[in-house]
Write a protein that binds this ligand. Structure first.
Ligand SMILES: [Zn+2]
Length: 337
């Protein structure tokens, strides 16, 4: 396939903005191939790690000798159920307490593994723990939204490699969700159809950008990807949040996710960094019949050793300029294996 010398812009239907692609000759694809994944020689237990079993954390609390998934309240919360009171503003400049819950979710007691290394059933256990957390958050009337995410790798600012993610439950709805909801409403008004279903149908019928699929879930580099190796993972059946996912749907989602992250690692030859988030509808008691939960993976690398720096267009202007086409990146991820 010849992707060179192509310029175009594509509409991002979830963000309702243009993404510009310029796949020029001077940014031609690097010499990719599936590789042996090399890993730093890290031990399964690190006595200095605050997430390893049995170790003390910052305020002296000791982790139990946990097996499987372990969840605890963040020792440095950015939101809390007893957030400090502030003088509420009025008019244009408003403020209020940062109310919410912040938790850390350790995926496994072993310090040197990632979700790509675990057995699929263990990844399913992590997803199941997320679902359980979602159910628990329903009991808190102040919680309107739950953001589950994982920053992976030093390039994403994580100094501790212990496999873990985080939960922020907040009394406001995060911006991406607000955007998705608005886009889905607008699409419903304009066409009478579900925006997410249409995206999934488009990807399945085109097929070129799909990088993993089973009977219950699908992963693809979306037509409108902003980051080179950006992917989305959807359960095929619509669920607004993880709460209603069945065990078998959870397994299918975990299996497809795992195939995807293994492809990342194999393509780059090392444990691939990303910011992963679970995009879900709010949990404020309302129904969100047009929302379709999915995982979003935004990797910072566009080649080995080459970071996608956000600069003038992205930071200054607010729209992404991508150096590669999504079809090209999906083809790389599909190579071999
Ligand atoms: Zn550790």
């Amino acid at each position: 396939m010849d992707f060179e010398g192509k310029w175009e812009k594509r509409w991002h239907p979830l963000r309702q903005e243009w993404v510009v692609y310029a796949a020029h000759r001077n940014t031609r694809p690097w010499n990719t191939g599936t590789q042996q994944v090399t890993k730093p020689d890290t031990p399964a237990y690190d006595p200095a790690c605050y997430l390893c079993p049995g170790n003390a954390r910052v305020h002296g609390v000791r982790n139990p000798d946990y097996q499987g998934v372990y969840v605890f309240d963040n020792d440095h919360p950015v939101v809390g159920l007893h957030a400090p009171a502030v003088t509420e503003g009025s008019g244009l400049y408003q403020r209020s307490p940062a109310t919410g819950i912040a938790r850390v979710i350790c995926y496994d007691p072993r310090h040197n593994l990632t979700l790509a290394d675990l057995e699929t059933v263990q990844v399913t256990n992590v997803f199941s723990a997320w679902r359980q957390q979602m159910r628990e958050m329903l009991a808190h009337s102040s919680v309107r939204y739950v953001l589950l995410f994982e920053n992976k790798g030093e390039l994403c600012g994580v100094s501790n490699p212990h496999p873990h993610g985080q939960l922020y439950a907040t009394d406001f709805v995060f911006r991406h969700c607000e955007q998705h909801l608005q886009a889905a409403r607008d699409h419903r008004m304009a066409t009478g159809t579900n925006l997410f279903a249409e995206i999934i149908e488009n990807e399945l019928s085109d097929g070129r950008r799909i990088v993993a699929e089973n009977s219950g879930a699908v992963a693809f580099v979306p037509f409108f990807a902003r980051y080179a190796y950006e992917t989305m993972v959807f359960p095929k059946r619509r669920h607004a949040t993880l709460i209603s996912l069945t065990d078998s749907e959870l397994y299918d989602l975990a299996e497809v996710f795992q195939e995807l992250v293994r492809r990342y690692d194999r393509l780059f030859g090392f444990s691939f960094p990303y910011v992963m988030s679970v995009q879900q509808a709010p949990v404020d008691g309302a129904d969100y019949p047009d929302y379709h939960l999915h995982l979003s993976l935004l990797p910072p690398l566009r080649q080995p050793g080459l970071i996608k720096h956000l600069a003038g267009p992205e930071i200054g202007g607010g729209n992404f300029m991508a150096d590669t086409l999504p079809e090209e990146k999906a083809a790389e991820l599909l190579k071999g294996f």
